[in-house]
Design a protein around this ligand. Structure first.
Ligand code: SIN
Length: 320
């Protein structure tokens, strides 16, 4: 055992590394494909006593806005069959506190930290990208045009290829960092949106964010969530997410990061075989904070058992 109760892990004989921004001058090299999904792992600092989080590929922090936000009215979480509805409303500390309090901690880490940014206007995204550019400890941006819990902006941008491209181009211009764009499933053609953001300068896309949903308390005769609707995540959405990753990976020539109901290494491998270069573990971390590490170790074991030396050999192998 190491200090802090962390267990040691022997060096992996397989190559799990992945370049998430191959067209970017500096790139975004991950030692492995397992990332945390925004909003499910705080700022990475909260769970760092539970396991060595720096063994993961990258951490994506909570959606960050220009000003701090208190979020939506309670209740904000409802469990559903195989899933979780949330209407957090992007409660976060705001970009100024993130730069002052979190980035200096990340600067001492070897794991890349990607900051998820969210706004109500294109100008919000531009300002956020500008503020975060060149800040030590930040390795990339994930542009959140997919949060279903904001009154304006957010998923409105992600549902429309032209607006999605406009936000992406504005962020691209405002930062020298690698830019990922997080897509919403709440649109008629996610592959078209993905193509539009790729053309506008995104280095990678991540998908999917939550599916818009709701639940009703029949005794109270009213919606269970304080803001009526929310976003559904967890195992219930995995087949939808997998299908969308498959579609998008066939439409763009930039890396795709798969997300949506991934709880096991088997889930992650399905996304990788559908064409994802990396994956994000989200809701599973609420029940098991070690879930991202379990997923990583399971991928390694699978590769060793199957005699696969490089993760890239698995990316897209189930595509027809
Ligand atoms: C929220 O804070 O409401 C969820 C964030 C998201 O869906 O991007």
């Amino acid at each position: 055992m190491l200090a802090c109760g962390l267990t040691s892990r022997k060096e992996s004989p397989v190559n799990l590394s992945i370049q998430l921004a191959p067209k970017h001058p500096q790139g975004l090299l991950l030692t492995n494909p397992v990332m945390t999904a925004s909003g499910t792992f705080g700022y990475g600092t909260e769970d760092s006593h539970l396991f060595d989080i720096q063994k993961l590929g990258a951490i994506v922090c909570k959606g960050t806005t220009l000003e701090p936000r208190d979020g939506n009215p309670q209740p904000r979480l409802v469990e559903t069959a195989g899933g979780l509805l949330n209407s957090i409303g992007l409660e976060n500390i705001g970009v100024t506190a993130l730069i002052k309090e979190k980035a200096p901690i990340w600067a001492g880490w070897r794991i890349p930290v990607v900051v998820n940014i969210a706004g109500e206007t294109v100008d919000d995204y531009t300002q956020l990208a500008g503020r975060l550019d060149g800040v030590a400890g930040i390795s990339g941006l994930e542009v959140n045009i997919s949060c279903p819990n904001m009154k304006a902006g957010g998923a409105e941008f992600g549902a429309n290829p032209d607006l999605a491209a406009e936000v992406t181009a504005a962020v691209r211009k405002a930062t020298s960092l690698p830019v990922l764009v997080k897509l919403t499933p709440n649109t008629s053609d996610i592959a078209r949106v993905a193509s539009a953001v790729a053309e506008a300068g995104a280095d990678a896309v991540s998908l999917i964010n939550t599916l818009k949903g709701m639940a009703i308390d029949i005794t109270e005769r009213k919606p269970r969530l304080g803001s009526i609707t929310g976003g559904l995540s967890g195992p219930a959405i995995k087949p939808v997410a997998l299908y969308m990753v498959y579609e998008v990976a066939g439409a763009v020539d930039i890396p795709v990061v798969g997300c949506g109901g991934i709880a096991t290494a088997g889930d992650a491998l399905e996304f990788i075989m559908a064409g994802a270069s990396a994956i994000q573990v989200g809701t599973a971390s609420f029940a098991n904070p070690r879930a991202p590490l379990d997923v990583l170790e399971g991928i390694e074991q699978f590769m060793e058992k199957e005699g696969i030396n490089n993760l890239s050999e698995l990316v897209g192998v189930a595509r027809y």
